[in-house]
Design a protein. Structure first.
Length: 381
């Protein structure tokens, strides 16, 4: 039985970044992942994730996003992989919608570069888009998208280069705090370490049952269409990432075309599931619903349906993250409940987790993510 300084459970987006940052700081790291190194069974896949800074969810996220935008180019350079594409981002909806009003609030609070565009200005600048007359948009030139598979690959590559011991297809059955350290059990044996990091994704309800937080796992579907008339108008230099909110508060999001296909999806509203019960089949009525919603706003987009894939959101009751030392176990750090909007934070979450493990605290602002705010949420959802 080999002893380690830190064991990291889960090597998706957050866990891979944490494993790298810890190994980089000289920690003896064991990383355990239930699936193969880059897989489609969790939440870190699908070819693209939006990254933006004018954050409608809460202005408190912005400092972390500023740091993440510093780290993405460094990760690309260090790992030798293309990860981040800057193409601009457009948040569209009514002036009082959460998507627009919240984005404006963050942009103004933090002095972020942005423009407010009328419906006519949106149509002129982005001919692919057809907003209604009452819609406006916040355009953020620094926004873009990252490739989740490349991010995970890069962080795993760098973690191994720094000396981390990474093991795949080895699910964690249980863990326990022995006071002086932790013990983690898998089908292949038991491992010990001084500290534990838990980045469980959709497996949070089981692995963090004593955290006092209700996690809800939600099935989501990503869709790829070949635009009618060709993909050139949707190229990254012409077409931004976007989040579009309708008059009922429903949001869809989308990307420029990559390899002739433009990806779109609904933001939230999926079926509750577990990693074991999720329906991986995408049904025709789901494709039709997505095509109709997108086509009303980007008329040439539905074009030809090419493919779809499922993934999972792991939601907290307030849709904010949990990043903290475990309130019941001082030698355990948790990073979970990223609620469908967490991937853009991956590199900075790696830094935060490493700080919490090695220093016991971090200078990054993470007060919003303290699980104490959700005390008593278990059973309330």
């Amino acid at each position: 039985m080999t002893a380690y300084d830190v064991i990291v459970i889960g090597l998706g987006g957050m866990g891979s970044a944490a494993a790298f940052r810890l190994a980089e700081r000289g920690q003896r790291v064991l990383g355990l992942e239930r699936h193969e190194p880059v897989h489609t069974k969790g939440s870190s896949h699908g070819g693209s994730r939006i990254t933006r800074q004018a954050y409608f969810e809460d202005p408190a996220y912005v400092p972390l996003l500023l740091r993440a935008h510093e780290l993405w180019p460094r990760l690309e350079a260090d790992a030798g992989l293309p990860i981040f594409t800057r193409c601009g981002g457009l948040m569209v909806g009514g002036p009082e919608s959460r998507t627009v009003a919240g984005s404006v609030r963050s942009a103004e609070k933090w002095g972020l570069a942005h423009e407010i565009l009328t419906a006519a200005e949106i149509r002129e600048r982005f001919p692919t888009m057809r907003p209604a007359e009452g819609d406006i948009g916040l355009y953020e030139p620094g926004a873009g998208f990252v490739v989740p598979e490349a991010s995970v690959t890069a962080h795993l590559r760098l973690a191994e280069r720094a000396g981390a011991d990474l093991r795949f297809t080895e699910p964690v059955l249980s863990w326990r705090d022995d006071g002086d350290g932790v013990r983690v059990t898998t089908p292949l044996g038991e491992y010990t370490a001084g500290r534990l990091v838990v980045c469980p994704g959709a497996w949070a309800p089981g692995l963090l049952a004593d955290l006092g937080v209700t996690f809800t796992v939600e099935r989501q579907v990503q869709y790829w269409f070949a635009p009618a008339g060709g993909a050139e108008p949707f190229a990254p230099e012409r077409h931004p990432v976007y989040i579009w909110e309708n008059e009922h508060g429903r949001q869809c999001y989308g990307f420029p075309a990559v390899d002739g296909e433009a990806k779109v999806a609904f933001f939230r509203g999926g079926l509750t599931c577990t990693p074991e019960t999720i329906d991986r089949t995408v049904h025709p009525h789901e494709v039709d619903e997505m095509a109709a919603f997108a086509g009303a706003r980007l008329p040439s987009l539905p074009g030809e349906f090419r493919r779809a894939a499922t993934c999972m959101y792991t939601n907290t009751p307030d849709e904010h993250f949990v990043i903290a030392r475990h309130p019941a176990h001082d030698n355990v750090v948790v990073a979970c409940g990223f609620s469908g909007h967490g991937f853009k934070f991956v590199p900075v979450v790696g830094e935060v987790v490493a700080d919490l493990v090695t220093d016991g605290a971090t200078e990054h602002p993470i007060a919003l993510f303290d699980p104490a705010r959700l005390a008593g949420s278990r059973g309330a959802a």
